[in-house]
Design a protein around this ligand. Structure first.
Ligand code: CIR
Length: 256
């Protein structure tokens, strides 16, 4: 099955993003620069052929621009998650309506299960689900049961240091997987052709395949060259202000 995306949903960053959750120690984001970078990110998605719906900023939710965490979009259904960080949990109230424009079936994860979709990596009909500080076993098992209804498979991957599964892994289609840190040599990923990300470019393990092109965070030339050597065209986008909040390229959109 060849994946092809036609749409993306993004949410503009809000001024309160400077108070977002972070472990990065890279300083506070510059809001004006973040807005500019977000615009460039949207342009890159359009360059990959996507129609992009840009949702208004949610001023009460500093991390709401990381829209990937609140929903999972598959070829058969959309799912509203139950984010594991209490200060982010209510972001889900604002995603149902935009999803309803595109999906007739919307599933959801309920408490006590928690799930951030940054912990979910789709590889065709196989979904890998990180067990993290945000996603618990109950949330992952609930998702696995939902996937099964649609003929899809979910596998749990326990995390030890990463925030989210996709902090350290990106599926580039064609059986190619970008891997870093704790995921290197994990037997769960043996079947993939692995592109191992240099430790000093670890942030670029979150790169983004969209319709044959790969968006790479600016300043990670080694990863960029490795991805190009694997046969992809790359697009560089600077997302430094989002990195300051532990967010990467995939976190900034839903693609389907
Ligand atoms: C958070 O801690 O929730 C945000 N500051 C960053 C979320 C990044 N999202 C992702 O990796 N999918």
């Amino acid at each position: 099955m060849n994946t092809k995306f036609t749409n993306a949903i993004v949410r503009k960053p809000c001024p309160a993003m400077v108070h977002g959750i972070t472990s990065a120690d890279l300083g506070k984001p510059d809001y004006a620069l973040a807005l500019e970078q977000h615009t460039n990110y949207v342009s890159a998605l359009k360059e990959c052929g996507l129609n992009v719906t840009v949702l208004e900023a949610l001023n009460d939710f500093p991390d709401s621009t990381f829209i990937e965490d609140v929903a999972l979009c598959t070829s058969k259904f959309a799912l509203i998650t139950n984010p594991g960080a209490p200060e982010r949990n209510l972001e889900i109230s604002f995603i149902r309506e935009p999803l309803q424009k595109f999906f007739s079936v919307i599933e959801e994860i309920n408490s006590p299960g928690t799930l951030d979709a940054g912990d979910v990596m789709m590889a065709g009909n196989d979904f890998y689900i990180g067990i993290s500080e945000r996603t618990n076993h109950k949330g992952a098992e609930h998702l696995i049961n939902i996937l099964r209804k649609y003929g899809m498979i979910g596998t749990k991957i326990p995390l030890s240091t990463m925030l989210h599964l996709k902090t350290g892994l990106s599926y580039l289609e064609n059986n190619n997987l970008l891997v870093s840190g704790e995921f290197i040599n994990n037997p769960a990923f043996d079947k993939f052709n692995q592109i191992v990300v240099d430790e000093n470019e670890a942030y670029s393990a979150n790169s983004l395949w969209v319709n044959g092109k790969v968006i790479v965070p600016k300043g990670h030339s080694n990863t960029k060259v490795q991805i190009e050597n694997a046969g992809y065209t790359t697009i560089e986008v600077d997302v430094s202000e989002f990195q300051k909040l532990d967010g990467g390229l995939s976190c900034l959109s839903l693609r389907f």
